[in-house]
Write a protein that binds this ligand. Structure first.
Ligand code: MN
Length: 277
C-alpha cells in the first residue's frame, strides 16, 4: 500500500492485507461478496409514504430500508423530521417487510432512543466530526454507518471511524456521499476513487451514496453502477413512491420504476467483479 495515512490510526487501517471486517445484520453480511442495497426516502414523512417506499424496496430486491426521522437541514425553517414518531413508523415497516432499518442519529442524547428502534445508526456528513456523538456511538451495540464529511479528507474520515472503533464498537460501515466542489452542475462531486482507496487501506466495508453524491436523479443509476464496479460493499439510495411530492431531496430520489430497473442492471455489474446483488 502506498497511500499516506497516519500510522497513528490503528483500528480503521488494515494491519495485514487480508484483514476484512464483516458486519452481520440478521441474515445479511456487509463486507462480503454480496452487494447490500440500502434504499428508501430521504425523510420519513408519514406512515403511508414510508410503508409504500418500504414495499417498493423489498419487492425490487433491496436489503435495508433507509429513512430519516431526525433531519439535519440547511435552514431551520425546513422540515426537521418526525422524530420518535418517524422511528416508530420505520419499526413498523421493518415488521411488515423484514427489512432492517438504517436511520440517522443527530445528537448524543438521542443515541439510546434511536438505537432502540434502528438496526444501524447513521452519522451524517455534517456530523462526521461531532466527537461527543462519535464517542457515544462507540459505546452503542448497533453497527454505525459513518458518512464522509463534505470537505473531509480520507484520513480525517478514517480518524473519525477510529473514534467509534476505539470506543469498542467494531462494526463501522463507511459511506462516501460526495464532496463540496466548485462545479454547480451537480450537488457534490462523488469521489468514487474513495471506494478502492478504502478497500485497500481499511478493513471496514464501504458503501456509496450516489443520491447525495450527485443530487440529480438521472445520474444516480450510472454512478451506482460505477460504485459497484469500483468494489463498493453496498449502495445507499434515495427512493420515494412520489418523488415530486417529497419533503426533502425529491430531485435526487428515484421513483419506483427507476429503482427496479437499477436493481436489475446492477446484477451483471456485480457479477463482473465477482459479486452478487
Ligand atoms: Mn437526503
Amino acid at each position: 500500500m502506498s497511500f499516506k495515512i497516519s500510522d497513528k490510526i490503528k483500528l480503521a487501517v488494515k494491519q495485514s492485507p487480508e484483514q476484512v471486517t464483516r458486519i452481520n445484520i440478521g441474515d445479511l453480511t456487509i463486507g462480503g461478496n454480496h452487494v447490500i442495497v440500502m434504499a428508501g426516502p430521504c425523510s420519513v414523512e408519514n406512515r403511508e409514504q414510508l410503508l409504500k417506499a418500504a414495499q417498493v424496496v423489498k419487492d425490487a430486491g433491496g436489503h435495508i430500508l433507509r429513512g430519516g426521522a431526525f433531519k439535519p437541514r440547511t435552514l431551520p425553517y425546513s422540515f426537521q423530521g418526525l422524530g420518535e414518531e418517524g422511528l416508530e413508523i420505520l419499526a413498523e415497516a421493518r415488521d411488515k417487510t423484514g427489512l432492517p432499518v438504517v436511520t440517522e442519529v443527530l445528537a448524543p442524547e438521542d443515541v439510546e432512543l434511536v438505537e432502540s428502534y434502528a438496526d444501524i445508526l447513521q452519522i451524517g456528513a455534517r456530523n462526521m466530526q461531532n466527537y461527543p456523538l462519535l464517542k457515544k456511538v462507540g459505546k452503542a451495540e448497533k453497527p454505525v454507518l459513518l458518512k464522509r464529511g463534505m470537505a473531509a479528507t480520507i484520513e480525517e474520515w478514517l480518524g473519525c471511524a477510529e473514534y467509534i472503533l476505539a470506543g469498542g464498537n467494531m462494526n463501522v460501515i463507511l459511506c462516501e456521499r460526495g464532496l463540496r466542489s466548485f462545479d454547480k452542475v451537480t450537488r457534490n462531486i462523488l469521489d468514487v476513487t474513495a471506494v478502492p482507496v478504502i478497500k485497500q487501506v481499511s478493513p471496514l466495508p464501504v458503501v456509496l451514496d450516489p443520491s447525495h453524491g450527485t443530487g440529480v436523479r438521472s445520474l444516480v443509476s450510472p454512478m451506482a453502477k460505477a460504485g459497484v464496479a469500483a468494489g463498493a460493499d453496498g449502495l445507499m439510495l434515495e427512493v420515494h413512491p412520489y418523488p415530486e411530492k417529497a419533503m426533502s431531496d425529491g430531485a435526487q430520489s428515484l421513483p419506483p420504476e427507476m429503482f427496479r430497473r437499477l436493481m436489475s442492471e446492477l446484477k451483471p455489474v456485480a457479477e463482473a467483479v465477482g459479486k452478487s446483488v
